[in-house]
Design a protein around this ligand. Structure first.
Ligand code: SF4
Ligand SMILES: [Zn+2]
Length: 115
């Protein structure tokens, strides 16, 4: 169990404020973001989506016993992200390359017209 940095009472790992002195406990994750903890010996990474798709670069991977990013791969993602269409997220992720490709195409067209 973590302790409060000010009054040193034992506090819940997912607490966003100390129940004794009301100090905000941001070190345990941003307020409102749960800290996931493994049950038993198995690490969280073993059942984490981000380990399965190899997108996690947390140093504690693959032995994380506590993690704020953990996403159970057996449970569907129930965030606003699921409403984003795959093409939208693809465009967003590759927008830099699309802009560069556009510049190259325009430059080529202009270069060809000048000849
Ligand atoms: S997000 Fe956390 S639980 Fe998931 S693989 Fe990375 S360290 Fe492990
Ligand atoms: Zn306290």
């Amino acid at each position: 169990m973590p302790t409060c940095p000010r009054c040193h009472q034992t506090v819940d790992a997912q607490a966003i404020a100390c129940p004794y002195c009301r100090t905000a406990l941001k070190a345990h994750g941003h307020p409102g973001i749960p800290l996931y903890r493994s049950v038993g010996e198995e690490s969280l990474c073993a059942t984490c989506t981000y380990d399965e798709d190899d997108t996690c670069n947390y140093p504690q991977r693959p032995h994380a016993k506590e993690c704020t990013l953990y996403q159970n791969r057996f449970q569907p993602v129930a965030t606003h992200k699921s409403s984003v269409k795959p093409i939208d997220s693809w465009l967003r992720r590759n927008s830099t390359w699309l802009v560069l490709a556009g510049i190259v195409v325009v430059s080529l067209v202009l270069a060809l017209r000048m000849n």
